[in-house]
Design a protein. Structure first.
Length: 390
């Protein structure tokens, strides 16, 4: 849950309080607000700042990182970008570097980057002296609109993604939407697709504004990004307010993810990091979910149409990537990690399906329902019949 009113803390920063279970933290956001962010960090009175970033972000934003540190002693820990950073090896090296630099319990770990440095920094802050203060400064839309609104901090094991993790809250999040100006188009759109998911599955009252913004092609403008960020914070917080671990009402955030993840994994197996972006894969996953709901007589033609309008308006091809077949997707879906949430037959998967926009079908308290692999195949066949993505 977030505070009802959008208050202005300074000329440049707006603030909302994010509540996740028993934890709460302020989320400050604005445009061209690095000076205000630096002042807020200084007000935490840290003895040292440990910036965690990746090489791309560090190379581009080194002067800004210095500006954020102000006169406070700081170290910057960086690694080549991407999932290879979310490993025990990198975590261990960063922890040793921070300790060798002489950090104390008064130090603050500051993530400056996307969801990858954010997750690594979250774990570091949790482990150092059994918990030092954590500040997130997300520089991707995925991080700003999604990962920093969760307490989940995780790295990958040799067996799978996000297997080693914990729940840990930041003391504050600061977003300057100007930092998104240098994002590659695919990264920018990826976060906006997650935002579209929130509008469709959680808060359809935002759909009129979202549709207008997408139709006018304004979604990358700073004012649009501020609005999208505010709506994201409100929507995501509304379902995690009483669900710290995202295992109850928060599971609605998985809308589009069962099939979306399977598409992402299948494409990345073939094309590596050049594969479909996370957000685009989730967008296609939402189309599959919408077709299944439609086949059950739940979503209307118009409601499915809105899914297509937003998806394509955000530049996502409503199709499977060329390297991915229906069989590839079904093979991954059959192993979906939501299996444990509901007792389902071996030929079915627990799935987030919408009865209407903003109204997920429930089983007990969970926004999940059993969907058969046959239903998923039928919806995938509709998508696969669309021109393939290169
Ligand atoms: N904790 C959660 O609940 C949660 C939620 C969503 C995602 N995640 C995690 O987040 C990660 C994905 O996040 P991401 O998409 O931000 O990935 P990322 O951190 O790898 O960033 C994507 C790319 O954008 C570049 N980049 C970052 N900021 C930039 C900027 N301002 N200008 C130019 N380039 C910039 C990075 O160098 C990187 O190459 C995944 O590991 C995922 O598991 C976690």
């Amino acid at each position: 849950m977030v505070s009802n009113s959008l208050s202005r803390e300074s000329t440049a920063l707006r603030s909302r309080t994010v509540v996740i279970g028993e934890q709460s933290f302020p989320y400050h956001f604005g445009e061209d607000c690095l000076t205000e962010i630096a002042a807020a960090i200084a007000a935490l009175d840290p003895d040292t700042l440990v910036f965690v970033t990746d090489d791309t972000v560090r190379n581009r934003y080194s002067p800004e990182i210095s500006r954020l540190a102000g006169g406070i002693p700081s170290i910057t820990l960086s690694h080549s970008p991407g999932e290879s950073m979310k490993t025990l090896t990198c975590l261990s090296a960063h922890l040793e570097s921070a300790l060798r630099a002489g950090i104390t319990r008064r130090s603050v770990v500051v993530s400056f980057g996307g969801g990858v440095p954010g997750n690594l920094a979250g774990l570091m802050a949790n482990l150092l002296f059994r918990g030092v203060r954590l500040v997130h400064i997300p520089t991707t839309t995925i991080a700003a609109m999604d990962s920093v609104l969760s307490l989940k901090q995780a790295i990958n094991s040799g067996v799978g993604k996000n297997h080693l993790g914990t729940y840990y809250a930041p003391v504050a999040v600061f977003t300057d939407v100007r930092l998104f100006a240098t994002l590659p188009e695919r990264e920018l759109r990826s976060g906006l697709c997650e935002m579209a998911k929130n509008c469709l599955a959680i808060d359809p009252s935002t759909l009129t504004a979202m549709r207008e913004l997408v139709a006018k092609g304004l979604s990358a403008a700073p004012d649009s990004l501020l609005w999208l960020l505010d709506a994201s914070i409100a929507a995501k917080s509304s379902v995690t307010r009483e669900d710290t671990f995202e295992r109850g009402t928060g599971l609605v955030l998985e809308y589009g993810h069962t099939v979306g993840h399977a598409i992402e994994i299948s494409d990345h197996r073939v094309r590596g990091t050049a594969g479909i972006s996370h957000g685009a894969a989730i967008a296609v996953g939402m189309l599959v979910a919408a077709h299944i709901s439609h086949a059950r007589g739940w979503l209307s033609d118009d409601e499915v149409g809105i899914h297509y309008e937003l998806t394509t308006g955000l530049g996502v091809e409503p199709a499977l990537p060329a390297a991915v077949s229906v069989e590839d997707v079904l093979a991954v879906v059959a192993d979906d990690n939501k299996r444990g949430y509901l007792p389902v037959r071996p030929d079915s998967i627990p799935f987030v399906l919408l009865r209407a926009l903003g109204r997920p079908e429930r089983t007990g308290d969970l926004p999940l329902t059993a969907v058969s692999l046959t239903e998923i195949r039928a919806a995938l066949d509709v998508i696969a019949a669309t021109a393939e993505v290169g």
